[in-house]
Ligand binder design. Sequence first.
Ligand SMILES: Cc1ncc(COP(=O)(O)O)c(C=O)c1O
Length: 378
Amino acid sequence: MVIKKREERKDLKKMILLNPGPVCTSERVRNALLRGDMCHREREFSEILDRVRKKILEAFSPNGEFTTAIITGSGTASLEAGVCSSVSEGKKLLVIDNGVYGDRIARIASAYKINKEILKFDWLEQPDIARIEETLSKDEDIEVVAMVHHETTTGLLNPVHRIGEITRRYKRTFLVDSVSGLGGEEIDLVNDNVDICIGSANKCIQGLPGLSFVLIKRAGVDRLRNIPARSLYFNLISQLDEQEQRSECSFTPSVHTFFAFDEALEELLEEGVSNRIKRYRNASGFLRNEFKDLHLRFILPVDLRSNTITGLYLPNNMAYADLHDELKERGFVIYAGQGQLNAKIFRIANMGELSMQDLEEFIKNFKDVINHVETVSS
Ligand SMILES: Cc1ncc(COP(=O)(O)O)c(C=O)c1O
């Protein structure tokens, strides 16, 4: 039996986004866009910039060891700023690659002609720590080690703490892409020995797309100053100095998106980062129990799974497009697999402003759709 498609769901405003960003946001965040027009060279914008930077640091570096530069651009913009601004001339970047976003770091390095070493690992496994340590121990030219915290490709958590312990011992800079991690997963930048960390407004922080940021350990800022600029826009040091010393952005920022980010960060601080993480953990726990009851196959073992993405093999005889389209008709947007996993899996993310009722409704509709699609194709 097919349950009646809900007309109201066709209104995009009511779409439940189960993709890993941009996520569903609160009305409060969306309404912030309407605060009015503002010139970014006026005092009012400087106040917002200072406040947003302060809130980012309060959420992710409460003891003051880090500073931050906000970049107008998606997560990749800040990733690019971090990568192109952190490797000295003649030195190397070591990329730990076990997914699409690890690969993206390597592609950024290639675009800037930065010398690099890439250690590729299976997408469904954590990287081999001994191999990483061996590579570092044998190559003194490696100055920066880069890894993704939460590989959005699969929903796999990488061992940030263990790699940070190695980079600290070998005195290298540790750059972490936590675009889909910050706000959703535990990370302690100080204890985990992270030097540079990339984040985005529109995933677990529940802001709108268009802004991202780089957290930089204060003790490492001077080292970055000695690296010749490879980019004008993505020059981390000049962006940082402008924001820190003059309370301005180097270029025209996405002013209205800043309003929304300000509100999203306020919500995050009100909820508390650890409570946000707990909420996501509970949400994915609920979904996973339901998927288990439906005898779906998970792509990752329990201990590697993040709090916010569940990767599942497509049920027999089901094409992703059918599953996606049927669910979209009912108001739920799910996400395809990427790269080598594209034809085999689908992903359900539970980042964003989602209630348990949203998730329960999703499961109800999901059950109906898989029964229906299986019936039609058999
Ligand atoms: C881990 C990770 N890094 C980088 C990015 C790139 O972010 P954006 O698409 O906002 O440029 C993403 C996006 O999903 C991501 O999940």
